[in-house]
Design a protein. Structure first.
Length: 169
C-alpha cells in the first residue's frame, strides 16, 4: 500500500510534531491537519484515525491522531469515525524499534468496531509514518471489516533523499 504524507519528518517538522505528540501542545492539531490536507486523496467517504491504546491515551491525556482527524474532517468536509478502529492491545512504542520489530509489534493490534466502515472508502490517518507498520496493520483490519478501499495518510514521513548522480567532474 502507498502512504501519502505532506511533510518530511526532520528539522522543524520533527520539533513541531514532538511538541504536539509528547508535550501536550494540542493547539498544533489544526496546523498539522492543514499540512496533511494537501496530500489527502480526494476520493474518500470517511476519515478514520489510527487510535492510541486506552492506556497510552490516559497517560498522554489525549489522542493526537484523533485531534488531527477532527481538524482534517472539517477541512475536507468529511465525517470522522472516531471510534470505528480500536487498538486492542497496548503495543510497545515504535520509536526505538527496527523495521522488522515494528511490523511484529503491530500485527493484529487493531480491530474495527461494528460495520460502519463496510462498503466505504476509508481515509486512514496517522501523525507520522516511518516504516508503515502501524498503518499497514490498521489498514488490514479496516479491509477485513469490509471497507471498499483504504487510503493511507500521515502528516509527516521519511525525508526524501535525492538519488546520487554519476559525474565525471
Amino acid at each position: 500500500m502507498h502512504v501519502r504524507y505532506a511533510l518530511p519528518f526532520e528539522g522543524v517538522v520533527r520539533v513541531v510534531v514532538h511538541a504536539f505528540k509528547y508535550r501536550g501542545t494540542v493547539s498544533l492539531a489544526g496546523l498539522l491537519a492543514s499540512a496533511a490536507v494537501v496530500a489527502a486523496p480526494p476520493e474518500s467517504d470517511v476519515i478514520v484515525p489510527v487510535s492510541l491504546h486506552s492506556t497510552r491515551r490516559r497517560e498522554r491525556g489525549y489522542d493526537q491522531t484523533l485531534l488531527i482527524a477532527h481538524e482534517l474532517g472539517c477541512r475536507m468536509a468529511l465525517p470522522v469515525a472516531s471510534h470505528a478502529l480500536a487498538r486492542t492491545r497496548a503495543t510497545e512504542s515504535q520509536a526505538h524499534l527496527d523495521k522488522r520489530l515494528r511490523f511484529t509489534n503491530t500485527l493484529g493490534a487493531f480491530q474495527v468496531r461494528g460495520d460502519r466502515l463496510a462498503d466505504r472508502r476509508v481515509l486512514l490517518i496517522d501523525d507520522v509514518v516511518t516504516t508503515g507498520a502501524t498503518l499497514s496493520a490498521a489498514a488490514a483490519a479496516v479491509l477485513n471489516a469490509g471497507a471498499d478501499s483504504v487510503s493511507l495518510l500521515a502528516v509527516a514521513g521519511p525525508p526524501k533523499r535525492p538519488k546520487p548522480v554519476d559525474s565525471d567532474l
